[in-house]
Design a protein around this ligand. Structure first.
Ligand code: MG
Length: 311
């Protein structure tokens, strides 16, 4: 309820705001015309996009990434405490010296064959990965590669292993996520010998089973919106259906963002804001043309900085 005292407080606050706005307008009128800054947009980059264009000179590469308008990074290339051969903590310092923050990391376990025999080795790998990434201080750890899943039973086993991986990461204070390609939209049947990529086929979609049979407190999803479309599904529909499970996005197109016409990024961003997606990372595959990957990710940053639907 507004009483007189609060009203007076509000009124004086409004006056102050009004005065400040007036002053700002006066300053603006006197200053030369400057393009509206887009620096407040927080754009992430999956460093896999750059390949050896980054690894051959990380400090300078980091500066270039920052100057393009990116502010956060998702790593790729973790192996035994190193990122593409560079000690993780040194890699972090190179990023921070350029003004970039590492918020996520893509890591695959040593095998894609999830069986009772391989499970112990997978978990030992995740424990070491969790320790290393806790030291690094990432907000998320994401598995980007799909383990073998040919039947409903194999999918169920993979979900169980995902849950155990999620528990290990959770103990280290890092949420564990899964990143899709297109083949998760294939279908499996009980006792099946092969997953079938055909939306008219009988069976259950692997990705839907991953969502249904993993524990929401242990496993989240980083949806790669491009691969979802290539998998003949609509990322917006998935976000609407699973607002509590999809926490991160890969913003990707067949080429530089917006070029192919495949992707409805406006609808994707609108729904991402609607469900409170926490972060997104631009990803760009190598394209067989004369363009460098740095030029490509510059084009992606420009697209997002100029897009009115990106906040
Ligand atoms: Mg991706």
């Amino acid at each position: 309820m507004i009483n007189r005292r609060n009203f007076l407080k509000s009124a004086s606050a409004l006056t102050l705001v009004g005065l400040a706005a007036g002053k700002a307008e006066a300053l603006q009128a006197a200053a030369p015309v400057v393009a509206k800054t887009t620096a407040q947009k927080s754009i992430g980059l999956q460093i896999y996009s750059l390949g050896d264009e980054l690894t051959k000179d990380v400090p300078n590469g980091m500066k270039k990434i920052k100057s393009m308008g990116y502010s956060t990074l998702e790593l790729a290339g973790y192996n035994a405490g190193k990122i593409n051969g560079v000690d993780m903590m040194e890699f972090k310092k190179m990023a921070e010296d350029a003004g970039l923050k590492i918020t996520s990391s893509h890591v695959n376990p040593p095998t894609g064959e999830y069986t009772p025999d391989s499970r112990k080795g997978i978990m030992e790998f995740w424990k070491k990965t969790a320790d290393d990434h806790a030291k690094l201080g990432v907000k998320y750890l994401v598995q980007p590669g799909q383990p073998r899943t040919r039947s409903v039973e194999e999918v169920a086993y993979v979900c169980d292993v995902f849950n155990e991986a999620g528990k290990i990461m959770k103990a280290a204070g890092i949420p564990f996520g899964y990143h899709n390609h297109d083949f998760e939209f294939a279908k499996v049947v009980p006792g099946g010998k092969e997953a079938v990529f055909n939306r008219h086929a009988k069976g259950e979609t692997i990705y839907d089973l991953f969502i249904k049979d993993t524990d929401p407190s242990l496993v989240f999803f980083e949806m790669d919106v491009y691969w979802t479309v290539i998998g003949q599904h609509d990322p917006v529909e998935y976000m609407k259906k699973h607002p509590d499970r999809i926490k991160l996005l890969h913003i990707k197109d067949r080429d530089v963002l917006g070029k192919s016409g495949f992707m409805n990024f406006e609808a994707i961003f609108n729904e991402a804001y609607n469900i409170g997606v926490q972060e997104y990372y631009v990803e760009l595959e190598g394209m067989p043309d004369v363009r460098t990957q740095f030029e490509g990710i510059q084009g992606c940053a420009d697209y997002l900085l100029n897009a009115p639907f990106v906040k």
